[in-house]
Write a protein that binds this ligand. Sequence first.
Ligand SMILES: *Cc1c(COP(=O)(O)O)cnc(C)c1O
Length: 473
Amino acid sequence: MSDAPARTAPAPDLRPLDDDLLGLAHRHAAAWLETLPERPIPPQAGIEEVMDALGRDLPERGEPAAAVIDRLVEGAEPGLIAIGSPRFFGWVIGGTQPVALAADWLVSAWDQNSGLRTITPGAVAAEEIASSWLLDLLGLPAGSDVGFATGATTAQFACLAAARDEVLRRVGWDVEEQGLGGAPRIRWIAGAERHGTMDLAARYLGLGAPAVVACDDQGRIRSDALAEELASGEGPAIVALQAGNIHSGAFDPFADACRIAHEEGAWVHVDGAFGLWAAASPRLRHLTVGLGDADSWSTDAHKTLSVPYDCGIAMVRDSAALRRALSMHASYLQATDVGADPHEKVAELSRRARGIPTWAVLRHLGREGVAELIDRLAGSARIIAEGLAELPGVEVLNEVVFTQVCIALEDDAATEALSTALWDDGEVLAMTSRWHDRAVVRFSVSNWGTDAAQARRTVAAVGRVFGELRAGA
Ligand SMILES: *Cc1c(COP(=O)(O)O)cnc(C)c1O
């Protein structure tokens, strides 16, 4: 030992906890979270202002880590949108459960590259436990493969990749070997009110645009129209169904649609980015009857389950199909000899251990807590719908079966004016969209903190803004 060359003191920036850096981050994070429920929800500064505050020029010499973190908070925070507010109803975006946030910090600190079972057993074990819990909670076939992707879009990609390769394999075409040039055409079929990311995932895979099947007034695919579409041709087919329409919250008729599609040999995928979670609630499970008959399912943990961005989940009944589509091998990578490696279930090879916060939330809530979370969101949506329906001239356009509420005023201009006034006011955030040729204001109840009291406060705040608009008009 004494012969070893003297070690020089490490440069300050190589010390892992320089200046209590994580303590500093913790204090800033706590301050943000404490003010979250009452701060105005829309961002208070724009991109240019934030760029000025952050400093636009690359420094010749760096600055101490703590100063970087202080600068980041001071510069960026005014430009943050309070997504975690219990009165944030924009798009379908979840908040963050504290236990998931704490677990996520550890995921970053541990920095496990979680693609391989043999290398990161601590992370993979937690993810594999979470995987089997997810299948159990969602009523999906035990033994299905579960992959942790960045979001529902990339989860859909993983599921559709398995679907595409498998339906072609059944007609004697090997995509892995032969590619897509000259392959039999796949009939790719989806409902008129599918989410736009289904088209995107299909485009990544060379499936083109879907044959579109008519939906009913709530946006559910019509089984008779699906049967007609399938009967109008032949050959390999993929059908996409939906659990949770982003405007109405409605669920496709899974039992009928799966039976019809399977009679024609089609692969059925269900996009359940937020709606799949209805299956975890004994009260709401009736909406998902037949869900387990499908072949693959995608959902998000970063929406309804309230883990931090980003975490989507791909689930595929036929593990071999998923693996054929997405696995890769290299001599320098130590592949598992038990089951599949995590990277064989999603598009990513290297990735963070993003399943760990999901494990933490499920461990924290348990089966009953998950059901209560889902019921709370749906209950709050009902309170909001009933309260807003009382306002003169406000119409609730959807049957409020789950977490979505769509309202409209007497004409599009009035509806858009309400949305703008809500944004300017800042106590409640809900965004405009178009549904069935009308402008709507959409309330997506996706935050674990939106309870009955917050729902009532939302109704009161919208009523106040609505009254001010009418008084001013
Ligand atoms: C949000 C959403 C998606 C896309 O999910 P990302 O996590 O943003 O990729 C897909 N389908 C539905 C129904 C959604 O609500």
